[in-house]
Write a protein that binds this ligand. Structure first.
Ligand code: NAD
Length: 251
C-alpha cells in the first residue's frame, strides 16, 4: 500500500543532512516545511521546482516566538502537522578543544541549540499531533554519546541528552498516538563538515576504520532510516535510538 502523504517539519532543513532529509521525504510524496535560520525559502523553492509541496520558514529553534510562528504557518498552509524532525544542531562549526578550554558560555550555547531547541519544537507541535491522535517526532542525535570522543564534551553531553529526552518523551506521548525516536548518525560528510574542513581533522578510525562498512558516511546514508521512522509501518516503534553509522557502534 502506498504511504499516505504527511506534513513534515525539518528543522535545520536548508542545508546539510537536513536538506537531504527534506529532499528524500518530498520524493516520497510528503509535504515539507523547511525551518532554518538561513536559506529556508530558497531550499523550499528548490523542492517546489521539483514538483513538491513545500514551505520555507525562517526559524531560530531556540526562539519560542519563531517556533510558534513556524507551527502557525505550517497549519495555515497545510492544515496539519504529522511529523517533526529535530535536526538543527550545532556541530560543524565547533572548534575541537579539551574540556578545560570550553567556556561556560560555549557549553551553554551548544546545550541551548541542541537540547532546548528540540524541546521547544516538540512542545510547539504536540497540540496539533494530539488533536489528530497521530504523530512522529524524530530527533537527530549522534553516536558520540556511545563512543565518548575527546575534545567535544559539550557536544557529546548535548547528544546524550537528546537520546534521554527521546525516551522520556516517548513515554509521555505514546498514549496520544505519537512516536518519538532518535537517529544516531556516525561522522557524516555534510555541507557544514565539508565547509569547515572538519573531515580533515578526523582520523581514518573515526571516518572509516571503526566501521563494519569501511567508507565515509554521506547524508544519503541517513534518509532511509528517517523515511521508515516517519512511515505508518513504524507505528509500534518508540523511544528507540537507531544508529546509522555503517556498523561502528552496536546499540
Ligand atoms: N555531520 C555529522 O558528522 C553529524 C554526525 C552526527 C549527528 N549530526 C547531527 O546532524 C544534524 C545536522 O548536522 P549537519 O552536519 O547537517 O550540520 P550543518 O552544519 O551542515 O547544517 C546544520 C543546519 O542547521 C541550521 N541551524 C543551525 N542552528 C540553527 C538554529 N538555531 N535554528 C534553526 N536552524 C539552525 C543551519 O543553518 C544549517 O542549515 C545536527 O543535529 C548534528 O549534530 C551530524
Amino acid at each position: 500500500m502506498k504511504e499516505s502523504s504527511k506534513v513534515v517539519i525539518v528543522t535545520g532543513g536548508a542545508s546539510g543532512i537536513g536538506f537531504k532529509f527534506a529532499q528524500s521525504l518530498s520524493s516520497e510524496g510528503h509535504k515539507i516545511v523547511i525551518a532554518d535560520l538561513n536559506g529556508s525559502e530558497e531550499a523550499a523553492n528548490s523542492l517546489i521546482d521539483q514538483g513538491s509541496d513545500a514551505l520555507g520558514v525562517k526559524v531560530d529553534v531556540v526562539n519560542s516566538d519563531d517556533v510558534n510562528n513556524m507551527v502557525k504557518q505550517s497549519l495555515v498552509k497545510f492544515g496539519r502537522i504529522d511529523a517533526l524532525v529535530n535536526n538543527a544542531g550545532l556541530f560543524t562549526n565547533l572548534t575541537l578543544r579539551p574540556f578545560e578550554e570550553i567556556s561556560n558560555e560555549e557549553w551553554m550555547r551548544v546545550m541551548e541549540v541542541n537540547t532546548l531547541g528540540p524541546f521547544i519544537c516538540a512542545k510547539a507541535v504536540a497540540p496539533s499531533m494530539r488533536e489528530n491522535s497521530w504523530g512522529r517526532i524524530v530527533n537527530i542525535a549522534s553516536t558520540v554519546p556511545i563512543k565518548g570522543p575527546p575534545n567535544m564534551s559539550h557536544y557529546v553531553a548535548s547528544k546524550g541528552a537528546v537520546i534521554a529526552f527521546t525516551r522520556s518523551l516517548a513515554r509521555e506521548l505514546g498514549g496520544a498516538g505519537i512516536t518519538v525516536n532518535a537517529i544516531a548518525p556516525g561522522f557524516t560528510l555534510s555541507d557544514g563538515v565539508l565547509k569547515n574542513d572538519l573531515h580533515s581533522q578526523m582520523g581514518d578510525v573515526t571516518r572509516k576504520l571503526s566501521r563494519s562498512i569501511q567508507r565515509d558516511q554521506v547524508p544519503e546514508d541517513l534518509t532511509g532510516a528517517l523515511n521508515f521512522l516517519i512511515s505508518d509501518a513504524a507505528g509500534f516503534i518508540t523511544g528507540q535510538t537507531l544508529a546509522v553509522d555503517g556498523g561502528s557502534v552496536f546499540l
